[in-house]
Design a protein around this ligand. Structure first.
Ligand code: GLN
Length: 485
């Protein structure tokens, strides 16, 4: 076992026992990045000098007997997180040289614990995508098969876990961007309930859907990292002031008597046979552990993708209006007048997927169409939310696939945006409903590609999905398998 292979809790134990120092762990991680990241392209920016300074500070803290769960742990951040003094691009040319003056809340919380940030991770441009192919900094390769995408938009955050170039990472999930790449790279990813984690200092894509969450090697690490970042923040008016449970203490609750619902709309014709088999095996395992499984219905599921692409694009068109070349980011040269400066800056600065979304969203919000599209979508969103609340009157958690297929090839879906959008069909409804979901490793396809399992919880039911996931992890070995890199 190399240092870079360890989980947060394993490395924490070694740091605490002084078997290894944070400087050693950080050096091992930086060497690993140097050795393999040119093949994976998970990092947009690596910050070795700063990481070593932070590691030295962590070692001093540990020497003084002051060790928190994340003290000295080498971590990576999706490049959507604002970081003081470190370039933050959001995967876009328009922010290629943007260096923020402050840290967002989630990042500040990691730093307070003494976590070591080794770099900023690749992602789809402004988190718009499911394959990491829309990044201005090039696609990320899936460590399990370099010809495949790692999923997206937090593709770099998931690939870094699989490539063992970060002990743990943070991502964001607007329609599946933590869970789907976690599934495609065989790691654990949590999309917390809307309002559970502060969005302050996270570049906004679709503000009513965006949520921050952990990507980790196992469920224990996910509980540790979620506990570290969750909680009320006066700087985010949508964060909710409800106590953060001790997720770690609750992990071993077990699933005896737990009611698990299987939404019939998620087990459809056309589900990839390897994914179907993995789901059947998972269902059988939960039964054997004493859970009660039953079919439930989420009747408005078929409208979720369309609803999402109206609401998300509408919010994105508004959020991205601020990138105009005036205050920060890229500004076009050789311009005549303000109007041309806006137009040329935005034409050069944004990639084609981002432009497509801005146009779709502007259209959905335009006068004459607003009621037909945006308002209608908001109403359907309420119906989708109601579906989940009704299901949770009958069951404690829902079990579904994360994605209809195992990871796909780079380039495979680029010509057909609708195909790409449909790959998030099982994750998007959770964001629309504002509730929580987790992706955990649940097997491999015949071709050796990862398959993830989703557990969806009640609003603020993170402790339950974590303990349900933990029970599965104890009985399986999938999370221990390493990508061939
Ligand atoms: N793939 C979805 C999209 O492109 C979800 C992305 C996300 O969760 N950020 O919008």
């Amino acid at each position: 076992m190399e240092i870079f292979d360890l989980t947060i809790h394993e490395l924490h134990d070694k740091l605490k026992a002084k078997e290894v120092s944070s400087v050693e762990a950080t050096r091992a991680m930086l060497d690993r990045i140097e050795a393999v990241d040119s093949q994976v392209n998970a990092y947009i920016t690596v910050t070795p000098e700063q990481a070593l300074v932070e590691a030295e500070a962590a070692d001093r803290r540990i020497a003084a007997g002051d060790i928190a769960p994340l003290t000295g742990i080498p971590m990576g951040l999706k490049d959507i997180f604002i970081t003081k003094g470190v370039r933050t691009t959001c995967g876009s040319r328009i922010l290629e040289n943007f260096v923020p003056p402050y840290d967002g809340t989630a990042v500040a919380k990691l730093k307070e614990q003494g976590a070591v940030i080794v770099g900023k991770l690749n992602q789809d441009e402004f988190a718009m995508g499911s394959s990491n192919e829309s990044s201005y900094f090039g696609p990320v390769k899936n460590p399990w098969n370099l010809e495949c995408t790692p999923g997206g938009s937090s593709g770099g955050s998931a690939a870094a876990i699989a490539a063992r170039t970060a002990t743990a990472t943070l991502g964001t999930d607007t329609g599946g961007s933590i869970r789907q790449p976690a599934s495609h790279c065989s790691c654990v990813g949590v999309k917390p309930t809307y309002g559970r984690v502060s969005r302050y200092g996270v570049i906004a894509y679709a503000s009513s859907l965006d949520q921050v969450g952990p990507l980790t090697r196992d469920v224990t690490d996910a509980a540790i990292l979620l506990g570290a970042i969750a909680g009320y923040d006066p700087k985010d008016s949508t964060s909710v002031n409800t106590p953060v449970p001790d997720y770690l203490a609750g992990l071993k609750t077990g699933v005896k008597g737990l009611k698990i619902g299987l939404p019939k709309q998620y087990f459809i014709e056309g589900l990839d046979p390897d994914v179907k088999r993995a789901m059947e095996e998972a269902i059988a395992l939960y039964k054997s552990l004493g859970a009660e499984l039953r079919e439930v219905s989420l009747p408005h599921t078929e409208y979720a993708v369309a609803t999402y692409y109206l609401i998300a694009t509408a919010e994105a068109s508004s959020n991205l209006a601020r990138y105009d070349g005036v205050r920060f980011g890229h500004r076009a040269d050789e311009i005549r007048g303000l109007k041309e400066m806006y137009a040329k800056t935005r034409a050069e600065g944004f990639g084609s997927e981002v432009k497509r979304r801005i146009m779709l969203g502007t259209y959905a919000l335009s006068s004459g169409y607003y009621d037909a599209y945006y308002v209608k979508a908001q109403k359907v969103r309420t119906l989708i939310m109601q579906d989940f609340l009704n299901a949770f009157n009958e069951v404690d958690v829902l079990l579904t696939p994360i994605a209809p297929t195992p990871p796909f090839k780079i380039g495979e879906k680029l010509a057909d945006p609708l195909q790409m959008y449909l790959s998030d069909i099982f994750t998007i409804p959770v964001n629309l409903a504002g509730t929580c979901g987790i992706s955990i490793p649940a097997g491999f396809s015949a071709a050796g590609l990862p398959i993830g399992l989703q557990l969806i919880g009640k609003p603020f039911g993170e402790a339950t999905i974590l303990s349900t996931a933990y029970a599965f992890e104890q009985e399986t070995q999938w999370h221990l398998k390493k990508a061939p890199l």
